[in-house]
Design a protein around this ligand. Structure first.
Ligand SMILES: Nc1ncnc2c1ncn2[C@@H]1O[C@H](COP(=O)(O)OP(=O)(O)OP(=O)(O)O)[C@@H](O)[C@H]1O
Length: 257
């Protein structure tokens, strides 16, 4: 049997900030349809890795492959067009806009006409606007937000605001969804609803890379977990495998005195 090639392959990713090694020689892959979590204590390098994949940072060394091609020199919007979408923990929710309009912003990253056509109101833009509205409606439906579509976005409770950020990422029709600490700041029921949404997306075949502090959230969702500490991979495997790994326990609880 031939193994299915990974959708995302990070090889030897290294990033220095001056004398600080934020990441050292990190390998990671995400299989099609997999939910893969990256965890680690503060300063482990999780955000740096996330930004290297999204294109917000460039690696000092190493390569990133997506769908069989190198993407590590592409600008973030080009990665978005190839199907990599990001929901950042702090991506803005625009209070003066409706929920639908907020989600439509996510599709502009992948449209052909671009912002100049939008400002000039060109026919191409108007056609595209109708398509985008349709994509937004579908994304809102997937995220369970249809009932909120015409409400001002700032009327949404925090849990639904997170779902809105996910819907915005879905609007461009991604194959790989990068989620940056999606559970942060959410209370129990909101966190559980968001986990349900992520499970649903996984069930629809989406590949997901999740950076998350909340270990229970990761235990529920991740097919595989990569654990970072001080910029290095210290463990990888299923949640059950990594939770008993001595290196992981030491990293989280601190070394011997
Ligand atoms: N722009 C930067 N300039 C200098 N050092 C940085 C920069 N960004 C990150 N670092 C350093 O790189 C290391 C890894 O940081 P990173 O933010 O990737 O970790 P993290 O695992 O996301 O941490 P946290 O869980 O606290 O968000 C840390 O030592 C951090 O201080």
């Amino acid at each position: 049997m031939t193994a299915v090639p990974a959708l995302l392959t990070v090889t030897g990713a290294t990033r220095r900030f001056g004398g600080v090694h934020a990441l050292r020689d990190v390998d990671l892959d995400v299989a099609p349809g997999e939910t893969h979590a990256v965890i680690g204590p503060n300063g482990a390098g999780k955000s740096t890795l996330f930004k290297l994949i999204g294109g917000q940072l460039v690696a000092t060394a190493g390569t990133i492959g997506y769908d069989g091609q190198r993407i590590d020199r592409l600008a973030p919007h080009r990665r978005a067009r190839r199907g990599i979408a990001i929901a950042f923990q702090d991506s803005p929710v625009f209070g003066g806009m409706t929920v639908t309009e907020n989600v439509m912003v996510g599709a502009h990253a992948v449209t052909r006409a671009g912002p100049v056509a939008a400002v000039l109101g060109l026919p191409r833009h108007r056609r595209e606007e109708a398509e985008i509205r349709e994509l937004a409606a579908r994304a809102l439906d997937r995220a369970g937000l249809t009932a909120w579509a015409d409400r001002p976005a700032d009327a949404l409770p925090l849990g639904q605001q997170r779902a809105l950020q996910v819907a915005r990422a879905l609007c461009g029709g991604p194959r790989l969804l990068l989620l940056d600490e999606p559970a942060s700041g959410l209370r129990g029921p909101e966190r559980s609803a968001l986990a349900g949404l992520i499970e649903q997306l996984r069930g629809e075949g989406l590949s997901i890379l999740l950076v998350e502090h909340d270990v229970a959230f990761v235990a529920r969702l991740a097919d595989r977990v990569t654990v970072l500490d001080l910029g290095r991979v210290i463990a990888r495997g299923t949640f059950a495998e990594i939770r008993t790994d001595p290196a992981v326990i030491t990293a989280y609880l601190g070394g011997p005195p």
